[in-house]
Design a protein around this ligand. Structure first.
Ligand code: MN
Ligand code: MN
Length: 453
């Protein structure tokens, strides 16, 4: 197999760069699943999508969306065919590895007020120390009032950080295994250092007073809060030639954005196109906002009921049996500095286009959906007919490690499913790297897939 740069298929590089400018904007408004859902909704409404429950009868060409508990959004472009004859689904996820604030977070020590945290997803903990972090999320009061918190993203806001040990005193730390250099309970966030007039807990009290004054939040309210610490730095073009993007959360908002953008630009497809942006993928797709939730089936059932007279369970089953899916998630690009973990023939490479994987999982293809040869052939044709630059890949060498995606949960619903996505360097780090041409090719692939028959 000859390796080819995806840039060779680009006539005018400006189109790719312009496309990625909007993607960079999306990343900067989407650092948590909640803000990603509200930003996507804003874009979708401006593009003509309507909330599904406001529509009585679905007709071809209509665009609808539904939000699940503020953390998961699904969008559909209604096709000419009935939905029980199948749909084309692109599923990505919008949660990313991060640091969550604990339910009882606040304490003071050595003239500092701090928050205890619990990390979310697979992180290398040492990467999250000594960098600026923003605090984004919600605090929900007992009466149901939702207070939005977003500190650090505006230029005049303060930021937060997790401390690390100075090298002068770190000889013991440095002798440890990398996985043990920073422990889970070491990820404490510095919140403040101003003493109050109180006798006891004077540093903690300043924070409590400020929270009361600015947000009308009491200490107990943290119990019903979801506060996430995410890298403060914004997405940027990377490299002397600006051909790449460095940003937090490209896993998997790169597939979320491209999948959204492609469905937003559809006219009237033959088959209904659906874009599902899931939460909780990084921790196993569990819970009612994850891919394993019934929410997705309920949404498709609702589409059918609003399209046809007399909904029945069999129609839903037919819709899934006849559906096909791109499970769209990032993969590992060959890193010239860490080549030994990848097998060169089957690795994804930066700049060679959107990466497909017949399977993910670990060891002997454990915990994965293995796409059928028949389905892979069909996908090849769709991509080649649309002149998409794509590559067939595996994540790392056999037995090197591995990972899963939402593919298996969608495939379990009786849907033909294959993994694909954008290759990244430094995946799951606070600053991940993608190639602009791969981002563009993912968008082109999703556009071609949505309208395939
Ligand atoms: Mn992912
Ligand atoms: Mn991930």
């Amino acid at each position: 197999m000859e390796r080819k740069s995806a840039w060779d298929k680009i006539q005018d590089k400006k189109i790719v760069f312009r496309f990625c400018d909007d993607y960079i904007k999306y990343l900067n408004h989407s650092k948590t699943e909640r803000v990603c859902v509200s930003y996507t909704r804003r874009l979708a409404e401006a593009a003509g999508f309507k909330e599904l429950d406001t529509i009585d009868r679905l007709k071809p060409g209509m665009k609808v969306y539904k939000i699940n508990r503020g953390k998961n959004i699904v969008l559909a472009a209604i096709g000419k065919d009935d939905i029980d004859s199948g749909f084309n689904l692109v599923a990505a996820h919008i949660d990313s590895p991060r640091i969550d604030v604990k339910q009882i977070p606040l304490y003071e020590d050595s003239n500092l007020a701090l928050f205890k945290t619990h990390y979310y997803g697979g992180i290398k903990k040492y990467q999250w120390t000594a960098i600026p972090l923003s605090l984004i999320g919600v605090v929900v009061l007992e009466d149901g009032t939702v207070i939005d918190v977003n500190i650090g993203e505006s230029e005049n806001d303060p930021v937060f950080t997790i401390t690390d040990l100075l090298p002068h005193l770190a000889s013991e730390q440095m002798a440890k295994k990398m996985s043990e250099g920073i422990g889970g309970e070491d990820l404490n966030i510095i919140i403040g250092s101003l003493p109050s007039d109180c006798e006891k807990d004077k540093y903690k009290q300043t924070v409590i007073d400020l929270l009361q004054e600015k947000y009308q939040v009491q200490e107990e309210d943290f119990i019903s809060a979801e506060l996430e610490l995410v890298p403060n730095f914004n997405a940027r073009s990377l490299g002397l030639d600006s051909s790449m993007i460095a940003a937090y959360g490209q896993d998997d908002r790169v597939c979320a954005y491209t999948a959204y953008k492609a469905i937003a630009e559809l006219d009237v497809p033959q088959r209904t196109a659906i874009c599902f942006l899931a939460d909780k993928e990084e921790i196993g797709s569990m819970g009612n906002t994850g891919m394993q939730s019934r929410f997705f089936e309920n949404f498709v059932a609702k589409l059918i009921a609003k399209q046809k007279d007399g909904y029945c369970e069999l129609m839903l089953k037919d819709a899934f049996s006849n559906a096909m899916c791109l499970s769209s998630d990032v993969t590992c690009a060959m890193d010239p500095t860490f080549k030994s973990v990848s097998e060169p023939l089957n690795s994804a490479y930066l700049g060679e286009g959107v990466a497909f994987s017949k399977f993910t999982g670990a060891r002997g293809k454990s915990s994965t959906s293995d796409a059928s040869a028949e389905f892979v052939a069909k996908i090849r044709k769709i991509l080649n007919d649309a002149d998409v630059a794509w590559q067939m890949t595996e994540l790392g060498k056999v037995d090197q490690g591995g990972g899963g995606t939402v593919a298996q949960y969608i495939a379990n619903l009786d849907v033909d499913t294959i993994d694909c996505g954008v290759p990244l360097l430094s995946m799951h780090a606070p600053y991940e790297v993608s190639s602009k041409v791969d981002v563009y090719m993912a968008y082109k692939a999703y556009k071609a897939f949505y309208v395939a028959e």
